[in-house]
Design a protein around this ligand. Structure first.
Ligand SMILES: NC(=O)c1ccc[n+]([C@@H]2O[C@H](COP(=O)([O-])OP(=O)(O)OC[C@H]3O[C@@H](n4cnc5c(N)ncnc54)[C@H](O)[C@@H]3O)[C@@H](O)[C@H]2O)c1
Length: 255
């Protein structure tokens, strides 16, 4: 029997990368997993793999930047399961426009997903967790929030700094309700997000290699982040940890 047996775990951004690794790891630790993403084909592929292993997974289409959509998905979760033990906010987008070209359109697009979406999901999950007097939220931030970043846009970096602040806020707000709220700042992880940086203008095809070279332990894997997520979500292992921004970054930031 896995550590999360009997727990209902929702993961956003679950059709790819870090979210997918988290959904799979929770399912293999016996959780009932609700995989959420805008990419329904990706969700179907994940569900087929995990159901093939006899694991417990449900998928639902969710656009985290659409408040009405978030409300209807979390209402459906409440109706179907009656509770939510863990929320992992992994859905996010990146952009690479630079200062001073970066303007409102690019800014709003990233902010609408990364910070507004993380807030909406945390809000609805927080309401359920407060009512049931227990739960854990883990936000996926980014090491770039601490370093200033090499390639990402100002909006991406600021959105991740805001996720760290939102983590502190919810940790304070929900502590008396026995809900812990933490975040992870990953270094470069081997997903589509890092692939997109390989051929950025001015990098001569070395955009990806340049980032990896800046990290003492090199490129990380999605499971490296998922291990940290399961640790922070565990009421046994992390019961006295809230408001923590955990670096899992191969030494990119040492503090
Ligand atoms: N890969 C890295 O190097 C790295 C480093 C630091 C932080 N992160 C963060 O990790 C998280 C996961 O990124 P990843 O590397 O797995 O990237 P990814 O692109 O592989 O996965 C992101 C997932 O989010 C989904 N998504 C995008 N917008 C959405 C929306 N509006 N609603 C619901 N789902 C949406 C995508 O469909 C995709 O499945 C992101 O928040 C990212 O900022 C990644």
């Amino acid at each position: 029997m896995g550590e999360f047996q009997g727990q209902i775990v929702a993961v956003t951004g679950a059709s790819a990368g870090i979210g997918e690794a988290c959904a799979a790891m929770f399912a293999r630790e016996s959780a009932t997993v609700i995989a959420l993403d805008v990419n329904e084909a990706g969700l179907a592929a994940l569900a087929a793999t995990l159901k093939g292993e006899g694991l417990d997974i449900t998928t639902m289409r969710l656009d985290i930047s659409d408040e009405a959509c978030v409300e209807s998905v979390f209402s459906a979760i409440e109706k179907q399961y009656g509770r939510l033990d863990v929320l992992v906010n992994s859905a996010g987008i990146i952009s690479f426009e630079k200062f001073p070209e970066h303007t409102q359109v690019g800014w709003d697009k990233v902010m609408n997903v990364n910070i507004r979406g993380t807030y909406f999901c945390s809000r609805f999950a927080g309401i359920m967790m407060r009512r049931q007097h227990g739960g854990a939220i883990v936000n996926i931030s980014a090491g770039a929030a601490k370093t200033g970043g090499m390639n990402p846009s100002p909006a991406y970096i600021a959105s991740k700094g805001a996720i760290n602040s939102l983590t502190f806020h919810f940790a304070v707000q929900l502590a008396k309700d026995n809900v812990r709220v933490n975040a992870i700042c990953p270094g470069p992880i081997d997903t589509s997000m890092i692939e997109k940086q390989a051929h950025l203008p001015g990098t001569h095809g070395n955009g990806k290699e340049n980032i990896i070279a800046a990290v003492p332990l090199g490129l990380g894997q999605p499971d490296d982040i998922a291990y940290g997520v399961l640790f922070l979500a565990s009421n046994r292992r992390a019961r006295y940890i809230t408001g923590e921004i955990l670096d899992i970054n191969g030494g990119l930031v040492m503090d």
